[in-house]
Design a protein around this ligand. Structure first.
Ligand code: PGD
Length: 757
């Protein structure tokens, strides 16, 4: 959360919320948005669509745009929505529209879009799950409970500081990730919490290929393992516990089902392969003796197993989550303060915190008249294979035939994998509509681009159920050109479709904010707490919300009384073996945690692992043109980190531009040579805007450093079909040629009007 004001010279200045102990440097990106040339000032339409009408085409991303007036573009777009609805029903429209957008709750882009499509068009094909965590979100309800309730408001930083002896942090807990949370963060507590715990004696063990995935303050021991191998290490640890008799048989009997299935697998009774420390060592490179020692240490004192979100954003991504839970269960500490298992701790600023004790209202979205959906990361599959069958979480479903995609508050050319394939898939649409504040690659590939305001240009409310501050997000500056709030744009469209009152319910922005606030205020009143009126809250700038007790939530309740406080799993217990999942019959997700060697792994041609993780200098791709993001780039390109041995083998020196490539694509990036990454691994974060040398290339070459030209577009498994963008295999070579210009933040060509109006 931040405060802002415009100084006498007209410049926007932002400063962190007073009292924030570790403010995020991402705030430095915000003032640069004001007046930046990447902003979209007026509605723009791809010339081919405006003049030739809707229809599949390979011209998206290549044609120039014409600028049009609001009334004429809304008239044309309302007509196109009517055409698709009348010809194909609302199931011809994709409104899954994944994306983070901005922190405010009323102007939350997806909620606005869904509300509009539900009230004015009758619904839309939606998506389930997130790019962040679909594999975990799908498997956890089968084996522990829904990922929110079992991971949020259970283990807290306060408990870790007071009780935890050992944190086994698979994938670490990088501070850059807990810098953000949708709805805002009033105080960044993670760094200080880790420092305090380490001072008291908590031993942090970082398992992963990147040293920087725990901050120096955690004083961690770094166990280097290659990407995709954590499950093998967990199984090796489990095997050691079993043969040493250190597993908690009483806990496994009382609180779990299916342990015997996993034990057979560990001991090699089911398939002849013993998953002992030697076996795990062969996969992870961690000496067997260290694995044995680590298992024994974990069985002494209070141990917490954490599994970062990034681990499951990968092929077989369900497995490290399930195996991590099994490890924690074998240690017998699930539900104890600061012990057991916490998926996602440190991956975003929701985890490790107490929940608030009053409700926080989202924008109501209405009822969706379409039941068909896709797992969120299967968007390109859906467009390329309409009518074909696919698996998801025990169901066999069919991809709908979508003609129009409506995207707001997200950037698929940032978040999706295999961007060459995505571009071909979007070519199948009749119409692609995007609301965007800036000329992202997604906006450049759209037919209709409507300029949206951003956070600092409108009033909103910032709040989440995991932060004790609700903040009044005051408008600080005017929007550029003719940009409008998404709400205003949808109001105009809804009116044209005869559904204005249904969409707005007769409220303007201010009335909606007051309406949403009222539910929280009623909660405060019920508890006899200070409950300012909306006007008082707005003038004060924030209101403090009460927190629930730090009582361990659902997992502690279950531990105290497993018969009456059953877990929301089929058996009511922790499922270390799952009959339900076994019965789905998925070879890539059997009925117990299992290790599968990644299939998209280094080979002779592409000998390096690529870790394509979250950036440290911006939120995803947002404000990539901001000062903080720009300052960190090398030669204007995203930074790839490479180990000195791998750099030397390629004649690469620090600060040099290199080319990363595989069969799907290639990109340029600026090299940072550092032993913070493991040998054999390079790390290129996501978020540099896709900037193809030639948008028509079948195999894209991004001159700016977007790793999603390289990543593979397959689901984590038939169970979750989650995003697998975190890992792939690449080769890296020096770039000795002339440096192509980076044009990612330049607007596309705007052409003079002509032809059909
Ligand atoms: P953002 O950059 O946040 O990325 O993907 P996501 O699409 O959420 O995109 C938000 C867009 O919304 C921006 O372009 C912004 O300008 C726009 N926007 C902001 N506010 C508004 C608004 O009020 N109205 C409108 N209309 N637009 C607005 C993030 C996704 O990427 C996520 S969450 C994860 S975890 C994934 N991570 C990875 C990964 O680890 N590795 C790879 N390779 N790929 C990933 N992709 C995923």
């Amino acid at each position: 959360m931040f405060r802002g004001e415009v100084d006498e010279g007209g410049a926007l200045r932002v400063r962190p919320r007073p009292g924030d102990p570790d403010p995020s440097p991402l705030l430095d990106n915000i003032p640069s948005a004001v007046g930046h040339r990447a902003r979209i000032p007026r509605p723009a339409v791809r010339r081919g669509w405006w003049e030739g009408g809707p229809g599949p085409t390979d011209r998206r991303g290549r044609d120039g745009f014409v600028e049009v007036g609001w009334d004429e573009v809304l008239d044309r777009l309302a007509g196109e929505l009517r055409r698709v609805r009348d010809a194909h029903g609302p199931r011809g429209i994709y409104g899954g529209s994944y994306g983070w957008a901005s922190a405010g709750r009323f102007h939350h882009a997806q909620s606005q879009l869904h509300r509009f499509l539900n009230t004015a068009v009758g619904g839309y094909v939606g998506s389930v799950g997130t790019y962040s965590g679909a594999a975990a979100e799908t498997i956890l309800p089968h084996v522990l409970g829904p990922s929110g309730p079992v991971s949020k408001g259970t283990v807290t930083w306060e408990q870790i500081g007071a009780h935890t002896d050992t944190v086994l942090a698979f994938g670490g807990m990088a501070i850059k990730n807990s810098a953000v949370a949708a709805g805002g963060v009033s105080a960044h507590i993670e760094r200080a919490a880790m420092a305090a715990a380490a001072r008291r004696g908590t031993r942090f063990v970082l398992v992963g290929p990147l040293r920087t995935d725990l901050p120096p303050e955690a004083d961690a021991r770094w166990l280097v393992v290659p990407p995709g191998s954590d499950t093998a290490l967990m199984l090796g640890l489990l095997h050691t516990l079993v043969v040493d008799g250190l597993h908690d048989v009483a806990f496994l009997d009382r609180y779990c089902v299916g342990w015997e299935v996993l034990e057979e697998y560990l001991l090699g009774k089911s398939d002849g392969t013993v998953r002992d420390a030697e076996w795990a060592s062969g996969i992870t490179g961690v000496p067997a003796g260290e694995i044995v020692e680590l298992a024994r240490r974990a069985a002494t004192g209070r141990t917490l197993v954490t599994v970062a979100q990034s681990l499951q954003r990968a092929e077989f991504g369900e497995q490290p989550v399930w195996a991590g839970l099994a490890l924690a269960a074998a240690l017998g500490q699930v539900g104890l303060p600061g012990g057991g298992f916490c998926y996602g701790l440190g991956s975003i600023a929701y985890y490790g915190r107490r929940k608030v004790a009053v409700p926080v209202s989202p924008l109501p979205q209405g009822r969706n008249g379409v039941r068909e959906y896709i797992p969120v990361a299967r968007i390109a599959d859906m467009l390329l294979h309409p009518g074909e069958e696919f698996d998801h979480d025990g169901r066999r479903l069919r991809y709908p035939h979508v003609r129009l995609a409506y995207w707001i508050g997200g950037n698929p050319f940032h978040h999706h994998q295999d961007l060459g394939r995505l571009r071909r898939a979007l070519g199948r649409l009749d119409t692609f509509v995007v609301h965007e504040p800036a000329w992202t690659a997604t906006a450049r590939h759209a037919d209709v681009v409507l300029p949206a305001t951003m956070t600092i240009e409108r009033d909103d409310i910032g709040a989440t159920s995991l932060d004790p501050v609700m903040s009044a997000m005051h408008r600080l500056v005017d929007p550029p050109g003719e940009a409008r709030d998404d709400f205003t744009i949808f109001t105009g469209l809804a009116e044209r479709l005869g559904a204005g009152p249904e969409f707005t319910e007769g409220r303007d922005v201010r009335a909606w904010l007051a309406h949403l606030y009222e539910r929280t205020r009623a909660g405060l009143l019920r508890q006899d707490l200070p409950a300012p009126t909306f006007d008082e809250f707005w003038a004060a700038g924030e209101v403090e919300l009460p927190l629930r007790a730090d009582d361990g939530g659902l997992l502690a309740e279950f531990r105290a009384d497993p018969d009456r406080k059953r877990l929301p799993t089929p058996s009511g217990r922790i499922e270390i073996g799952s009959r339900t999942i076994a019965d789905f019959g998925y070879p890539d997700c059997p009925g117990h945690p299992a290790y599968f060697a990644p299939t998209d792994a280094p080979d002779g041609r592409h000998p390096l692992w690529l870790v394509a993780n979250q950036p440290a200098t911006r939120l995803h791709s947002q404000l990539d043109y901001g000062a903080h993001s720009a300052a960190a780039k090398v030669a204007g390109r995203e930074v790839v980190r490479i180990h000195p041995v791998d750099a030397a083998a390629r004649g690469v020196v620090d600060g040099q531009v290199v080319r990363l490539f595989n069969d799907r694509g290639a990109c340029l990036a600026g090299a940072r040579v550092t032993d913070d990454v493991a040998p054999g691994v390079v790390q290129l974060p996501t978020g540099a805007w896709f900037d193809p040398a030639d948008p028509a290339d079948e195999v894209p070459f991004c001159v700016h450093g977007n790793p999603n030209v390289l990543t593979r577009d397959v689901g984590s498994s038939a169970l979750a079909q989650g995003c697998t963008g975190q890992h792939t295999a690449v080769q890296v070579q020096r770039w000795d040629g002339p440096l192509p210009p980076v044009r990612a933040h330049e607007p596309p060509p705007i052409e003079p009007r002509g032809g059909r109006r």
